[in-house]
Design a protein around this ligand. Structure first.
Ligand SMILES: CCCCCCCCCC/C=C/CC(=O)SCCNC(=O)CCNC(=O)[C@H](O)C(C)(C)COP(=O)(O)OP(=O)(O)OC[C@H]1O[C@@H](n2cnc3c(N)ncnc32)[C@H](O)[C@@H]1OP(=O)(O)O
Ligand SMILES: NC(=O)c1ccc[n+]([C@@H]2O[C@H](COP(=O)([O-])OP(=O)(O)OC[C@H]3O[C@@H](n4cnc5c(N)ncnc54)[C@H](OP(=O)(O)O)[C@@H]3O)[C@@H](O)[C@H]2O)c1
Length: 335
């Protein structure tokens, strides 16, 4: 605890705002209803309604890994509202069954739950067999399942590395290869989507197995976009910025201490929302995006570019300081 308090002091010295006692270390994590959005976020309201016309996915089947919780659940909910029959696959059958029942009741379109550990090719095969049996071959496949936690890399055991890279990279590959081969065999096309992260592009310390695996998923999807277009398949990627889900925030910001830091570096001044990802995902998987393949779309309120630009911290310079700096710069003659 004492060393966490030192970390907090060090963040404050570097310009990160101090957290209030209520949201400090060791306190319970913030409730999802607490909104710390910055005032300018009011210019960027999050829309929750589906942007696609009703019935966009009527007669189609979607297979979504990790569809029982978080972003996966949000995508399934919107696909289902737009007419799709969905199959959701992950390890926890009870969670899947509850989500499936709730969404089916809301939309009137059947959601099926199948147990699957994406790390195990035999489990993937069994889950796809069940999905095909109950719903037929899918036209939409979303690789959304993931595992992650923050940790200094020197603390990672070989099994920790294997666990994350198996879920994220190998799991996405097993699902994609299994379904891809069946689709080729049947002469049918499909839209594949993978959910990665903004640091798949930059890399990031403290989540190194996830960064490496997500970068691998992006390389896989760009490669397959080139190779399997001839079979009627498209492959796209969404890189979400931070969106509050229990799965992500409990493992990446367990104390809640980094939320203020995150909000300050997101130009839009707020976290993303699940329906915003769902709207982009349903678009990319719909026929409205028939010409999109091999695309990697970032949806992060501007966080990535904000972290990347060397001079972006000059946002903190006041008008008076700018007057002074401009005078100094203008006075300089020659080099
Ligand atoms: C500046 C900070 C900003 C904060 C930003 C907030 C949000 C931004 C979001 C950005 C991106 C997010 C991308 C995501 O992927 S979020 C999705 C997260 N969701 C999940 O992870 C859900 C599923 N996760 C799990 O089931 C577990 O967490 C798991 C560990 C991934 C897998 O569970 P499983 O039961 O299979 O595994 P084990 O518990 O047996 O563990 C396997 C080995 O891993 C070691 N381990 C586990 N936890 C840790 C830890 N915290 N530190 C170090 N090592 C760990 C464990 O000991 C096992 O290894 P061993 O056998 O050698 O002991
Ligand atoms: N939330 C964010 O801020 C954020 C940002 C960037 C990217 N993402 C990405 O968005 C996706 C969804 O994340 P989330 O935030 O919604 O977190 P989440 O709720 O924890 O979702 C992860 C899902 O993966 C499933 N899963 C984990 N291991 C699995 C395995 N071995 N086999 C099958 N399924 C497995 C989990 O279900 P079970 O436990 O039932 O297996 C869970 O439903 C992930 O790809 C994540 O990397 C999230």
């Amino acid at each position: 605890m004492a060393s966490l308090l030192l970390l907090r002091a060090s963040l404050a010295r570097r310009g990160a705002p101090l957290l209030s006692r209520q949201q400090g270390l060791g306190e319970p994590r913030r409730r999802a209803s607490d909104d710390k959005s910055r005032p300018h976020a009011s210019h960027f309201p999050a829309q929750a309604a589906p942007m696609l016309p009703p019935g966009t996915f009527a007669g189609k089947v979607a297979f979504v890994t990790g569809g029982g919780t978080g972003l996966g659940r949000g995508m399934v909910s919107m696909l289902s509202a737009l007419g799709a029959q969905c199959v959701i696959a992950s390890r926890k059958l009870d969670v899947l069954q509850q989500t499936a029942a709730e969404i089916t009741a809301e939309t009137g379109n059947k959601v099926h739950a199948v147990q699957c550990d994406v790390r195990d090719p035999a489990s993937v095969k069994a889950a796809v067999d069940s999905a095909v049996e109950v719903a037929g071959l899918p036209q939409v496949i979303i690789n959304n399942a993931a595992g992650n936690f923050v940790s200094p890399s020197e603390r990672l055991s070989p099994n920790a590395w294997r666990t994350i890279t198996d879920i994220v990279l190998n799991g996405s590959a097993f699902v994609t290869l299994d379904l891809g081969k069946r689709l080729i065999q049947a002469g049918k096309g499909a839209a594949f989507l993978a959910i990665t992260t903004i640091y798949a592009e930059s890399g990031s310390g403290f989540v190194v197995p996830s960064a490496a695996a997500k970068a691998g998923v992006e390389a896989m999807y760009k490669s397959l976009a080139a190779e399997w277009g001839r079979y009627g398949m498209r492959f796209n990627v969404i890189q979400p910025g931070p969106i509050r889900t229990k799965g992500a925030f409990s493992r990446l910001d367990p104390s809640g201490m980094f939320e203020e830091v995150m909000l300050d570096r997101i130009p839009v001044g707020r976290l993303g929302t699940v329906p915003e990802i769902a709207n982009l995902a349903t678009f990319l998987c719909s026929d409205y995006a028939s010409w999109a393949s091999g695309a990697v779309v970032r949806l992060d309120g501007g966080e990535y570019v904000s972290m990347a630009g060397e001079f972006n911290s000059l946002k903190q310079v006041s008008k008076e300081q700018w007057d002074m700096m401009e005078t100094m710069i203008r006075k300089t003659k020659g080099s």
